[in-house]
Design a protein around this ligand. Structure first.
Ligand code: AMP
Ligand code: MG
Length: 372
């Protein structure tokens, strides 16, 4: 299949440029498009054959349901059968934006879109290209991230082209995305509402608007447990390289990682380190990549997937990564890093001097939020 790439300047474009892509969507074909979170791979959410093509193109397991994207609240009627009061407040406050709500589905939504569940995930993205595309297509658009299943989500069109060129009809290149991590998924069919996936809207921000939300379900489910959000059981967001997280005081993390780097070098493996800009100078790996600043977690979120892809491009065999405090967007950052880390996590005990006291880290934000 020939994939058409349409380049659009996100700051200044004529919506008519999106017309061929909108027509493709309405005709049951696949179009990748930018949102504020990551690039999405869209299909008509109410057309089971079109939705089936998404699973095929991505190699996505068919029991992992999709998020339906809308451009107008009017579209909700065809998607959900009820909007509880708290959901309405959240829509008013956070839409368009990186918040996905799980609601009871309307009859017309096919099983292919919800993986057979009686609920449906829905959101309105905060990206003008996405909104114009949905509006022009005249359909609600089911869209998971536009990557091969399991790989890091695409935050630039080049990532989509690398993964899906030749497998889908059209890619709209609208520059790199801003948030860089997927939307928060919030289950509104339980009380209190439950966060199934942390993302662009933090738990703290949600609670400030609707009171208590349950974040305990943000588990990295394994084995035979049945997750409430089917997507949680899969390995996700992973670079091809092996990846190990190291958590603890900054000095100690650097010491440990540098030791592991030496060990792996001795085995002729190309080593990588994912570090914050504040701590990058501490490392001596072959490749050190910095998604952003520790004291500005939004910058880390925005570039973390790009870094994971860059390690693979550079032929790195093993990546060692710092960890980040699990507050605000940090909860989503660590959720993705844990799923990406095939090699698990090394938790270092606090640095102590010979009197048993703690040596103070040289860095203001020693650790690290990974719960023991
Ligand atoms: P992705 O499309 O890859 O960004 O992932 C969408 C996420 O939303 C996955 O984790 C899905 O499991 C989750 N999701 C979608 N629909 C539902 C639903 N009806 N109930 C629970 N989780 C859902
Ligand atoms: Mg995805």
């Amino acid at each position: 299949m020939r994939t058409t790439v349409i380049r659009v300047n996100p700051d200044d474009f004529d919506p008519e440029k999106l017309r061929p892509a909108a027509r493709a969507l309405a005709g049951g074909r696949l179009v990748a498009f930018p949102t504020e979170t990551v690039y999405g791979l869209g299909a008509d959410a109410l057309n089971p054959e079109a939705v089936g093509r998404i699973y095929e193109a991505k190699g996505r397991p068919s029991d992992n349901p999709l998020i339906v994207h809308i451009s107008d609240l009017e579209q909700l009627k065809a998607i959900v059968s009820a909007v509880p009061e708290k959901a309405r407040i959240l829509m008013e406050t956070f839409w368009p934006g990186p918040l996905t709500l799980i609601l009871p589905k309307s009859e017309g939504v096919p099983d292919e879109t919800t993986a057979g569940l009686s609920t449906v995930a829905v959101r309105m993205p905060a990206n003008k290209i996405a909104l114009d595309l949905i509006r022009l297509s005249g359909v609600a658009v089911a869209a998971p991230s536009a990557n091969i299943s399991g790989a890091p989500s695409p935050t630039c069109a080049s990532h989509v082209i690398a993964d899906l060129s030749g497998r889908i009809d059209c890619i709209i290149d609208g520059g790199c995305t801003q948030v860089g991590l997927e939307s928060t998924v919030l289950d509104m069919t339980v009380d209190p509402p439950a966060v199934l996936r942390p993302g662009g809207v933090s738990v703290e921000t949600l609670e400030a608007v609707i009171g208590q939300v349950n974040a305990d379900k943000v588990s990295e489910v394994s084995g035979n447990e049945v997750p409430k959000s089917p997507g949680m059981k899969y390995r996700h967001y992973s670079p091809k390289a092996e990846m190990v997280l190291v958590s603890g005081d900054s000095d100690r993390v650097a010491e440990t990682i540098n030791r592991l780097v030496e060990k792996n070098r001795a085995k002729n493996r190309k080593t990588g380190v994912l570090a914050s800009s504040e701590t990058r100078a501490l490392y001596n790996a072959d490749v050190v990549l910095c998604p952003g600043f520790r004291n500005s977690p939004e910058t880390i979120a925005a570039s973390i997937y790009r870094c994971l892809r860059d390690f693979d491009q550079l032929g790195v065999d093993i990546i060692f990564s710092e960890t980040f405090p699990e507050e605000g967007i940090g909860l989503a950052i660590m959720n993705r890093l844990r799923k990406a880390a095939s090699g698990g996590i090394i938790r270092l005990p606090p640095y102590s001097n010979k009197n048993g006291g703690h040596k103070k880290s040289r860095f203001s934000n020693p650790d690290e939020g990974v719960k023991p």
